[in-house]
Design a protein around this ligand. Structure first.
Ligand code: PXG
Length: 459
């Protein structure tokens, strides 16, 4: 590899001079220099100094089968030699997106049988937004175009993704969102449940916020509700089990489409192929990306339910939308191999029956008791640790978010990669983690919490 001719310092200097990073304060980055990850294997990533770090984030919620899978490299190589690219416009197709679509229809909920491809979750959500609005136009109800989303939602970083999302800091830099998108409360019991309110009742109340937004606009003005089954970037916010069935009941009552954003939860993370199955709901669209290829290639798939596709086919007319790389043959070849491996190794069942429950128990028994921890929660192999100053009152350290960053920095220094978002630590490990890897992670996180606590006391 050519980078080996460069020292770490040189790479950092070139990076600072020429590379603008996502979601980064470039003044801070210049001062600190970037961490350069050079290679990875199995559950571990390695930086240019050779430091081994256990990757508790599966890259960025995506490397579900783990690193160093030769089969994926071989699938990409073979496809690149045979047909590196051809488009799927103009009544053309190539074999791998055809076969991947068939596979996705097999594993998706029964009423979902068609797929629209892009290269990122953001693109897939752009597609979803345009598609549901197009659907209502075809149905003769063009005024039914409002989308209801939630505060703190993350649906990507394009203009449509940011508009659908509910991140204030992103909206502030948007200079005008896509019109007619509103945001309601999120189902985050730890901070939003009323004193004495049960989880079940809180879930129903959070769902009622969706109904209120529909009634406020008038049902004839509302196209769809969009949500992540478990809010990911917003802090692994796991809704009570009462929430999604109630949201679905409300959507059906007012004839509002249900869009699920499973960019993080798709392909096994919650212990089913899709979290729609975990929560027992039947969305009209499911946005997926990331783990579809385990991050080995950029690829997204918007899974589209029969209700929408039958209208598309029945009414006809062109849907004026698509990307150069929609159905990219190499990315689809990699996705096919990735899904084959997930199936062959029984990863989804393992998360549901073994590692998911073990992860939950380990967090409860070994992390939840720490003085800095207000709550731990998990579903399948995604988890959160709330960092607090006072367990009883849930008081946070100031400035907001600073304590979690302290924990994260100690964790990384101790060979454990995890994310801090606000005052919450996030874990989203590869699905190939075993009980032993979970033990190792808990030990390292426990140590990081101890070290952070000592620091925070000094401040
Ligand atoms: N929807 C959801 C639910 C996501 O989590 C996207 C859409 C957008 O996907 P692309 O491929 O366009 O990035 C995402 C992406 C974080 C973090 O800090 C999370 C994401 C991306 C970057 C950072 O947790 N999720």
């Amino acid at each position: 590899m050519t980078y080996q001719n460069y020292s770490l310092k040189q790479l950092q200097q070139i990076d600072a001079a020429h590379h603008l990073h996502p979601f980064t304060d470039h003044k801070e980055l210049r001062a600190a220099g970037s961490r350069i990850i050079t290679h990875a294997n199995g559950a571990f990533i390695y930086d240019s100094e050779g430091t081994e770090i256990l990757d508790g984030m599966a890259g960025l919620w995506c490397v579900n089968i783990g690193y160093g899978r030769d089969e994926l490299a071989e699938a990409a190589y073979a496809q690149m030699k045979e047909l590196p690219y051809y488009n799927s416009f103009f009544k053309t197709s190539t074999p791998t997106p055809v076969l991947l679509s068939k596979k996705l229809a097999e594993i998706a909920p029964k009423h979902i049988n068609q797929v629209f491809y892009g290269s990122s979750g953001s693109e897939a959500n752009d597609t979803a937004l345009r598609l549901v609005r197009h659907y209502w136009v075809l149905e003769g109800k063009p005024e039914k175009n409002r989308i209801i989303s939630r505060k703190m939602a993350y649906h990507g970083s394009t203009v449509a993704g940011t508009s659908l999302g509910g991140m204030d800091a992103m909206h502030k830099q948007l200079g005008g969102a896509v019109p007619n998108i509103v945001h309601v409360m999120m189902p985050y019991a730890y901070e939003l449940a009323l004193p004495g309110e049960s989880d079940h009742d809180f879930g129903l109340r959070a769902a009622k916020a969706v109904e209120d937004a529909i009634l406020e606009a008038g049902a004839d003005k509302v196209a769809a509700f969009i949500g992540e089954p478990v809010m990911g970037a917003g802090g692994v916010k796991i809704p009570p089990m009462s929430y999604w069935p109630e949201v679905q009941r409300i959507c059906r009552k007012y004839d509002v489409l249900l869009m699920l954003d499973e960019v993080i939860t798709g392909y096994g993370r919650t212990g089913e192929w899709f979290a729609a199955q975990t929560f027992g709901i039947e969305p009209d669209t499911i946005t997926t990306a990331k783990a579809l290829t385990s991050g080995y290639q950029p690829l997204s798939a918007l899974l589209v339910g029969d209700r929408i596709t039958s209208t598309l086919v029945e009414k006809g007319g062109e849907f004026n939308h698509g990307y150069t790389y929609s159905g990219h043959p190499v990315a689809c070849a990699v996705a096919l191999k990735n899904l084959e491996i997930i199936e062959r190794e029984g990863m989804v069942d393992r998360v549901r029956n073994d590692t998911g429950p073990y992860f939950a128990k380990a967090l409860q028994e070994r992390i939840a008791g720490h003085d800095l921890v207000g709550e731990v929660r998990s579903i399948g192999l995604m988890g959160a640790i709330e960092i607090v100053k006072d367990k009883a009152t849930k008081e946070r350290f100031l400035p907001s978010g600073s304590a979690a960053v302290t924990v994260r920095d100690h964790a990384i220094a101790n060979g454990m990669m995890l994310r801090a978002t606000g005052d919450t630590m996030i874990l989203s490990p590869p699905l190939m983690w075993t009980r032993d890897t979970i033990d190792m992670a808990c030990e390292r996180i426990g140590k990081a919490l101890d070290l952070a606590q000592a620091d925070l006391r000094k401040r």
